[in-house]
Design a protein around this ligand. Structure first.
Ligand SMILES: Cc1cc2nc3c(=O)[nH]c(=O)nc-3n(C[C@H](O)[C@H](O)[C@H](O)COP(=O)(O)OP(=O)(O)OC[C@H]3O[C@@H](n4cnc5c(N)ncnc54)[C@H](O)[C@@H]3O)c2cc1C
Length: 589
């Protein structure tokens, strides 16, 4: 082996300190387990901090609501691709999860009666889609993720969780029997390599939105957990389903929360028309995100976009009471003023759709266990949060269901650890060659002597994804995209340039490691999109414009063999813990 490393032992190792990782850490540590959380950035800089609009739960504080209505909306929003046992579990546990956060000290906005304030969000109604708008998103103004992350971090510190910040998890470590025994990581500040042995390793590394140019995801969202899974020969699931959020601030990629539309903002084209009435006459701007983003793309394509270039649309809040907007949407006001010089109470905000959330991710079951391509659980390995595809969000996630997913499945993963581990029980033996592949991977990138910088290759890959795996897709576009990505991957393998070979704060090496993870997932996403010959949720094929339940009511799987993507399928779980199962219907908003 070319690198020395130190070994440390814990009961549980969690890769990621976003909402998912921290929620799992709190529960596992409170059960007496020793827990280490790794993060590329200081924990409170994790991407969850950027979440704005809210977190769903059928509390019924404003209008009567039921978790079964929430379940139905989630399954319909996901175009029936969701695993219904996972959705039922999440929606039923949601009210208790919110009350727990409240008791931890999360400073929710209050309504007139002093209860948690709830706003409307896209694709959600009462009475199984037939009733009035559902007011389900519990909010801390429009800074909900910030409040959530800080609350959980404080709780995790109090519970005795250990943190390794600015520390890059490189690869999972497996024993010969295929069980995960921990993770190999690199500490940026002192260059140390660490083998973190654990009875359970939980991946909570977030999404891979950075594979595209126009994205609301921060630069650390490189889906590293997905890369580790693919290098381990395990599958990712539903990678073709990528959510384009309708309203990012034109020219910046900064999100303008759907909460704005929940509070009454609407979309206008250059003729001042509320064009959503032609696409979703019943839900209008609160149709599900894939529907609104597609409508916006069509408006722009057909020349009804705003501005000289006709390349964006307007989000209007100026008809709303200014004091109300300032109170409920302070971050939207700040963003519009700081980055566009606009007072949103007086002028419309220019917006375009941007990549926002990756529904696809690491294949897992409703217990958050990572599964192989035959559906068998990989011992010792769990996945939660945006990194996971378990699959509650199906083909399209509803707004405010991600934060809920983080806390419900985070807590459940922590409980699973508490059930299966006795504190400080001895660790299984690990063969000497267990680290061979992870260390060889690191060495290959560190010693690279070619001419292409990681940042140049990353920009190329992002450009290809933007053009070839965007809102509208077809076979020719995707085939070309597959070829271009293969070319970039080949260049990455053969011609990568590494300017710095040290292990101290080596940003070049960090960029190469992240790019490796991104590229693998980009390839899996492009090939999955080519393989799925139907339109469902966020995956829109111009050459196959309808949903095809007969052939495609299945999850897609993608894994690597001989450096090529292989594709397969897995059945959707149409079962639930309660008797409630929702069969596919036409999806009309
Ligand atoms: C602007 C914006 C607004 C949003 N608003 C909402 C909202 O209002 N409601 C809602 O439900 N959802 C919202 N979402 C979606 C939601 O915020 C995310 O899906 C969610 O926060 C992801 O949380 P996570 O815990 O899975 O991962 P993240 O919060 O992304 O955290 C990932 C963690 O993994 C760590 N990590 C990654 N790779 C490695 C590695 N190799 N080694 C060590 N550590 C690693 C990172 O450092 C980080 O700590 C929003 C998203 C965006 C972009």
């Amino acid at each position: 082996m070319s690198f020395p490393f130190e070994t440390y032992t814990y009961d549980v190792a969690i890769i990621g300190t976003g909402g998912a990782g921290l929620r799992a850490a709190c529960t596992a540590a409170e059960a007496g387990l020793s827990v280490i959380c790794l993060s590329k950035v200081p924990p409170t800089r994790s991407h969850t901090v950027a979440a704005q609009g809210g977190i769903n739960a059928a509390l019924g504080n404003r209008l009567p609501d039921r978790w079964q209505w929430h379940m139905y909306d989630t399954i319909r929003g996901g175009d029936w691709l969701s695993d219904q046992d996972a959705v039922g579990f999440m929606c039923e546990r949601a009210p208790a999860a919110i009350l727990e956060l409240e008791h931890m000290g999360m400073p929710f906005t209050r309504d007139e009666a002093g209860q948690i304030y709830q706003r409307a969000y896209g694709g959600q109604r009462t009475e199984f889609g037939k009733g009035a708008l559902a007011y389900r998103a519990c909010a801390v103004a429009d800074r909900t993720g910030h409040a959530l992350l800080h609350t959980l971090y404080a709780k995790a510190l109090a519970a005795g969780v250990a943190f390794a910040s600015e520390c890059m998890a490189l690869d999972l470590v497996f024993s010969e029997d295929g069980a995960c025994r921990g993770v190999l990581s690199w500490v940026l500040e002192n260059g140390e390599l660490q083998l973190l042995r654990a009875h359970k390793t939980i991946i909570a590394t977030g999404g891979f939105g950075q594979a595209w140019v126009a994205t609301t995801s921060s630069s650390i969202c490189t889906g590293d957990g997905g890369g580790m899974i693919l290098r381990a020969g395990l599958p990712l699931q539903d990678m073709e389903f990528v959510q384009f959020h309708p309203t990012s601030l034109y020219g910046t990629g900064i999100l303008i929360t759907e909460g704005a539309r929940g509070e009454g903002a609407y979309l206008l084209n250059r003729e001042g028309e509320r064009f959503m009435q032609r696409y979703a006459p019943s839900f209008m701007e609160l149709a599900s995100r894939d529907v609104v983003a597609r409508a916006m793309a069509i408006e722009i394509q057909e020349g009804r976009g705003c501005g000289d270039k006709r390349d964006h649309l307007h989000l209007s809040l100026d008809h709303l009471d200014a004091a109300y907007v300032r109170e409920k949407l302070p971050a939207v006001m700040d963003i519009a003023r700081t980055f566009a010089g606009i007072d949103a109470t007086r002028a419309p905000i220019p917006v375009v759709p941007a990549v926002h959330y990756t529904m696809g991710g690491i294949a897992s079951n409703a217990q958050s266990e990572v599964i192989d391509r035959h559906g068998d659980a990989v011992p010792g390995l769990l996945v939660i949060g945006e990194a996971a595809c378990n699959s509650v969000h199906g083909a399209n996630r509803l707004g405010c269901n991600s934060l809920l997913d983080l806390v419900v499945f985070g807590q459940a993963a922590g409980e699973a650890c508490a059930r299966s581990i006795r504190p400080r029980m001895p660790h299984a033996m690990l063969g000497r060659d267990a680290l061979e592949k992870p260390l060889a991977h690191l060495a290959r990138l560190r010693e690279a002597k070619g001419s292409a910088s990681p940042s140049a290759l990353r920009r190329k890959m992002q450009g290809v994804m933007q053009v070839h795996a965007g809102i509208f897709r077809n076979a020719a576009l995707l085939e070309e995209g597959v070829d271009k990505l293969r070319g970039i991957a080949e260049r990455f393998r053969q011609d990568l340039r590494m300017d710095d070979r040290s292990l101290l704060w080596n940003h070049s090496l960090l960029a190469a490691l992240e790019l490796d993870n991104l590229l693998l997932q980009a390839m899996a996403a492009m090939e999955s999109a080519l393989t799925r010959t139907e339109s469902r949720g966020a995956h829109w094929r111009q050459d196959f414009p309808t949903r095809n339940d007969e052939a495609w009511l299945v999850h897609s799987l993608a894994w690597f063999e001989d450096e090529r993507v292989r594709c397969g399928t897995r059945n959707v779980r149409m079962v639930s813990g309660s008797d409630q199962v929702f069969l596919p219907e036409a999806r009309v908003y």
